[in-house]
Design a protein around this ligand. Structure first.
Ligand code: NAP
Ligand code: MG
Length: 472
């Protein structure tokens, strides 16, 4: 093995202000107090951000309401021009945005640069294309926007989740108030500047920063017509309760515990790459992560040997280094959760393994980890860890694989690795998961709907289906 020289991306290409206000009605204004956002790789404070109080949420919703009439009355082709403009500005400024996202979130620059940002632009381009074709989307001959959308997003793909929420909402003629996660507000505030650069009319997009309470005020606001939430199943449940009976439309994208199923005829090297991508991409902070590996017993030893060899080559460290595979864990709280569940895995009798790897002294880090000898009763086989931790189970027959894969309260995604097309189709058909990948994993495309069954939530984002959530 050879060593890599450091190859850091320059952080000076993005300028970060020391303070940020709330983006309401096209302008930045103060909230009630502030909070700090840090770089989880160094614990350095990046900026102070305004905390939106209930009266600020009122102001933002009122601005979105005022903007709704004129925005929804624009011909679709005119709304499309703004969305195309936003998409192009994102492409032009993607280096700045990628560095900003990696700084605030901790994800490796090669992911923010090569995955998040291209997908963000692609989402705006895709939904820009729908804005003047809504009558042909399959939701009636004269579909209407809903009004003001209150949108709350998590920290794992800050800008991508913003794009999934804002692009279809605007294309369909709605206006939005969006709350980014507390630990990752900066790319959403940068996006506010992109909206200004695109001359988007004031009030069409409002960004309010704050903690969980700000999100709660927003989703409970009586003048919000549609709530879109991505985050934990626990908060999703609270929101479902508070929205019930109000007449608001609701979509929920929640957690997952995906099975990645490897059959004995799978190409082992490709499967190993897919397993690594499935669980170590974005430090495993992925709702559709392939966090349960189901491997056919006859190839388990061979596959695990290859997987361990591959894991030993993963580079953990500086997110801005172009050779980094695994960056920082997003927050101290998330690190504590991953650490606790991993300790429970050991104490319940599973066997833990990580490659030797040196972790930086400052910041939040967790070595890539696998647990073997896991049974379905183990908590690490049932609960979402949301970190770089893989639970390995074995099976003997396809029926057993399907039964184990479906034995979860979630139903967001799954993976199948086999040489036989007929087996892919037969197994995929019986998996209760919204997205099933075959001989690949974690592939996303704006044209393809994404969403779950059971406790993974309801509604679909992406594709033509994603428009339905914003049209009546
Ligand atoms: P979370 O606590 O549910 O937070 C998500 C967002 O909701 C954040 O902006 C949060 O604000 C806000 N929030 C917190 N309490 C709220 C409340 N009572 N009412 C309204 N909003 C509230 O989730 P997390 O722990 O940050 O994120 C990890 C979880 O999200 C995982 O379980 C993961 O599976 C899930 N997730 C799902 C998807 C998907 O597409 N299905 C994607 C990503 C993540 P603060 O940041 O200030 O707490
Ligand atoms: Mg941060």
């Amino acid at each position: 093995m050879f060593e890599y020289a450091p190859a850091p991306e320059s952080r000076s290409i993005v300028s970060i202000a020391s303070t940020y206000g709330l983006f309401i009605d096209g302008d930045f204004s103060d909230g009630k107090g502030t909070f700090k956002t840090i770089n989880p790789a160094s614990e350095e404070v990046l900026a102070e951000v305004a905390m939106a109080a209930p009266e600020d949420v009122d102001r933002a919703v009122a601005a979105a309401r005022r903007a709704f009439g004129p925005w929804s009355a624009l011909p679709g082709a005119e709304r499309a021009k703004y969305l195309f403009r936003i998409a192009r500005i994102i492409q032009e400024r993607s280096r700045e945005l990628a560095v900003l996202e990696s700084l605030d979130n901790g994800k490796p620059i090669k992911e923010s640069r090569d995955v998040d940002l291209p997908l963000v632009a692609a989402h705006f381009f895709y939904y820009a294309g729908w804005a003047d074709k809504l009558r042909y989307a399959g939701f009636g001959t004269d579909p209407k926007p809903l009004g003001v959308a209150g949108q709350v997003i998590p920290w794992n793909f800050p800008l991508l989740m913003l794009a999934w929420k804002i692009a279809p909402a605007l294309a369909a003629g709605n206006t939005v108030v969006l709350k980014p996660a507390e630990t990752t507000p900066l790319s959403a505030l940068f996006f506010a500047d992109v909206c200004r650069q695109a001359d988007l009319p004031p009030g069409v997009v409002n960004i309010i920063t704050g903690a969980g309470d700000t999100g709660r005020y927003l989703v409970e606001h009586p003048d919000v017509d549609k709530v879109a939430f991505t985050g934990s199943t626990e908060v999703g449940r609270q929101i479902a309760r508070s929205v019930a009976g109000t007449g608001k439309r609701l979509t929920l994208e929640l957690g997952g515990k995906a099975a990645n199923i490897v059959f004995d005829d799978a190409p082992i090297d490709q499967a190993v790459e897919g397993i690594v991508n499935g669980i170590f991409f974005n430090q495993g902070h992925v709702c559709c992560a392939g966090s349960r590996l189901l491997v056919q017993e006859s190839i388990a030893d061979e596959l695990l040997d290859s997987l361990k060899r591959r894991m030993a080559t993963l580079r953990v460290g500086d997110p801005l280094d172009k050779n980094t595979d695994i960056g920082a864990i997003n927050s101290a709280a998330q690190l504590a959760k991953i650490t606790e569940l991993s300790e429970i895995g050991s104490s319940e009798g599973a066997e833990r393994w990580s490659p030797p790897c040196e972790l930086p002294d400052r910041g939040f880090w967790f070595a890539p980890t696998i647990f073997t000898g896991v049974t379905q009763a183990h908590r690490i086989a049932r609960e979402e860890i949301f970190g770089p931790v893989l639970s390995v189970l074995t099976f003997r027959t396809p029926d057993e694989a399907i039964e184990k894969a479906n034995n979860t309260p979630y139903g967001l995604s799954a993976g199948i690795w086999t040489e036989k097309g007929s087996r892919i189709l037969a197994v995929a058909d019986r998996l209760r998961a919204g997205v099933v990948w075959a001989n690949t994993f974690n592939k996303f495309d704006p044209t393809s709907p994404f969403g779950g069954y059971k406790e993974s939530g309801y509604g679909r984002e992406g594709g033509r289906h994603g428009l339905e959530a914003y049209l009546a």
